[in-house]
Design a protein around this ligand. Structure first.
Ligand code: ZN
Length: 212
């Protein structure tokens, strides 16, 4: 077979994306708490209704309703985890059960990406910056959106703050909060890579502007 040139997308000046979407997509619609106050089930609608049982991780979700980040800490080695781990991950700790602790509303970017496409419920908010971030001194990272920033300004290791929805709008889901740059953070200067990302997301902004 002869070598063919690699196709390049999109063609100059052309972006072929759908101009509207009538679908609403995934939504966390509500929750229920067990009579003893220890267990939390999430209701999620995605074409049909789902009930997500959070079991021993329930407290993480219930505290989101209170606008607080709770995770776990190993009483033997001190490693801490958001999202929570039920047992320590260190072999030396021999599956030591962890304890619940409150974390500060501060975080640091571990890694990030810019989403130019998404599920139906987020289409109109594209492009989205998604990060994996360490909250407080957590040894594991949690995924969420990074708001208050241009997509090409995201940086590895940048300091963040946790921002919650208003109390009446929370449903005990990770969508109850998002990240924003920490107070005092200054956007980095443009460089070749940031210009490249900017050029990639500009058609996405143009497309979203055409959506109803
Ligand atoms: Zn441990």
């Amino acid at each position: 077979m002869e070598d063919r040139p690699k196709p390049k997308f999109p063609a100059e000046g052309q972006v072929n994306l759908p101009t509207e979407s009538a679908e609403t997509g995934l939504e966390f619609t509500g929750y229920e708490i067990s009579a003893d106050g220890n267990y939390f089930n999430q209701f999620m609608h995605y074409d049909q209704l789902y009930r997500l049982r959070h079991g021993v991780n329930s407290r993480f979700f219930m505290e989101l309703l209170n606008g607080r980040i709770f995770g776990t800490r190993c009483p033997r080695c001190g490693d801490s985890f958001v999202p929570p781990r039920t047992n320590c991950w260190r072999l030396d700790c021999r599956l030591q059960p962890t304890e619940w602790v409150e974390f500060p509303p501060t975080a640091k970017v571990h890694t990030w990406t810019v989403a130019g496409w998404s599920g139906r419920s987020s289409l109109k908010r594209l492009p989205l910056v998604l990060v994996y971030a360490f909250i407080g001194d957590s040894k594991v990272a949690i995924a969420n959106e990074l708001h208050g920033i241009e997509p090409w300004q995201a940086e590895f290791g940048m300091p963040l703050k946790v921002v919650f929805r208003n109390a009446g709008e929370r449903v005990g889901a990770v969508t109850d909060f998002w990240f924003e740059p920490a107070d005092g953070w200054r956007p980095p200067r443009m460089n070749a890579e940031r210009k490249r990302i900017k050029a990639l997301v500009e058609p996405v902004y143009a497309w979203v502007a055409t959506m109803k």
